[in-house]
Ligand binder design. Sequence first.
Ligand SMILES: C[S@@+](CC[C@H](N)C(=O)[O-])C[C@H]1O[C@@H](n2cnc3c(N)ncnc32)[C@H](O)[C@@H]1O
Ligand SMILES: [Zn+2]
Length: 255
Amino acid sequence: MQCPICYNKLIKECDNNGNNILRCCNGHSFDISKYGYVNLLPSKTNSGDNKEMVLARHNFLQKDYYLKLALELKNIINDLNVKTLLDIGCGEGYYDRIINDENIEIYGLDISKDAILKAAKTDNDINYVVASSNKLPFEDNYFDCVMSIFSPIYPSEAERVCSKYLIKVIPNKDHLKELKQELYENVRDNKILKEEIEGFNLVDEKTIDYKMKVADVNELFKMTPYFYTTHNNYEIKFREMDISFSFIIRIYKVY
Ligand SMILES: C[S@@+](CC[C@H](N)C(=O)[O-])C[C@H]1O[C@@H](n2cnc3c(N)ncnc32)[C@H](O)[C@@H]1O
Ligand SMILES: [Zn+2]
């Protein structure tokens, strides 16, 4: 990893109190938490998903309603022979835990300290870092593959640290449509645009569609942006529902 202040390499050391730290040659140092993650954000203010959002996402994801997507990503990553992977906006790390095996080095990065704390507590085998996707603390071309699952990326930074592939997952137009129909009178049909990403060529696109009976619709609702945009969010209590899950996985290659 790179120092976020002077961009020199960070080396793992022990400080005078016996704590593990990362330090660069200019003496900038960063604590490694007891759960193994490191916070490289310059400011101490909280950004990204808050504790409640992280917990809702964790509670819902651990019931494996998104397992098909996770397993498809694992297959793609194996087929592409990826050995070093950066998950940008990794949240609480659900996909990293499924993709992880002894043949791959995974870094999960998120701007939310609460998300990284949850991810690192849940799995101490993956490298987790609090940082922003607009300033990735890694040297040029370090990763075979950079991945973004419903998270923001900055193309120039993604391209800088990536030597081969970018995998981007976005919701397809019918994703969670039954939930939206419960919440809004007129559900707008999202247009899915072909997205050009500077520095990359789109080389493949896959869709995943399935329906599942969801008993935990309240948890699902809490992990969506709709929870924060509906007025009476605390009053809604959902019954069990059949829900459509629908995703687009886009695979890009560095020029
Ligand atoms: C919709 S959540 C997706 C989380 C995870 N990929 C998943 O699918 O479970 C978006 C994530 O992006 C993170 N995020 C938002 N802005 C970010 C930024 N500038 N840099 C890094 N992460 C960011 C949020 O904190 C949140 O964890
Ligand atoms: Zn430094």
